[in-house]
Design a protein around this ligand. Structure first.
Ligand SMILES: [Zn+2]
Length: 165
């Protein structure tokens, strides 16, 4: 994820290094290119200082170096492009996987909360049913303790009802 973030963050500077290398290589190769052009196409004019540059004893080495960094720049460009597309594909996969995981998790949590609510309600109902209520019998006046909302008077056996809250 850190690598992916690095590549997404540095997207703007991503191609800068290979492009700089390629440009530097091209600039170093310009005199050699001009030499080839004047030799092959007989341009009819001479470019000032071209022969000076070409006769400079370090120039062949510089031209080789230019060729080298041009190739290196192209290779880096291709490799970084491939790497970038691979990593962006990967990070997209990770992102969609994570959002999928999050939504599944959320659904699970909702399910668990519903289940807990249901259990709580059931518990409330059963506890209400099991709570003993003191009810005064409307027929004989004796106080009875009943569980639940309805019961029977212990002395006269008539039906009694708990009318509390
Ligand atoms: Zn009674």
């Amino acid at each position: 994820m850190v690598i992916a973030r690095y590549f997404i963050y540095s997207e703007r500077h991503f191609f800068r290094t290979p492009v700089v290398l390629m440009l530097a290589g091209l600039i170093l190769l310009v005199p050699r290119g001009l030499q080839l052009a004047t030799e092959n196409f007989n341009l009819g004019f001479t470019i000032p200082h071209l022969s000076d540059i070409l006769n400079f004893e370090l120039y062949p080495k510089l031209a080789d170096y230019g060729q080298f960094i041009l190739i290196v720049g192209v290779v880096i460009l291709i490799v970084s492009y491939l790497l970038k597309s691979f990593i962006s594909g990967l990070s997209n996969n990770i992102r969609s996987m994570m959002s999928q995981y999050a939504s599944t998790k959320q659904a699970e949590e909702v399910e668990i909360r519903k289940e807990n609510d249901l259990k709580l309600r059931e518990k409330e109902i059963t506890s209400k049913q099991k709570t003993p209520h003191v009810v005064k019998c409307p027929h004989c006046g004796k106080t009875n303790s009943i569980t639940g909302a309805v019961g029977k008077c212990k002395s006269c056996r008539s039906a009694i009802e708990y009318k509390g809250k």
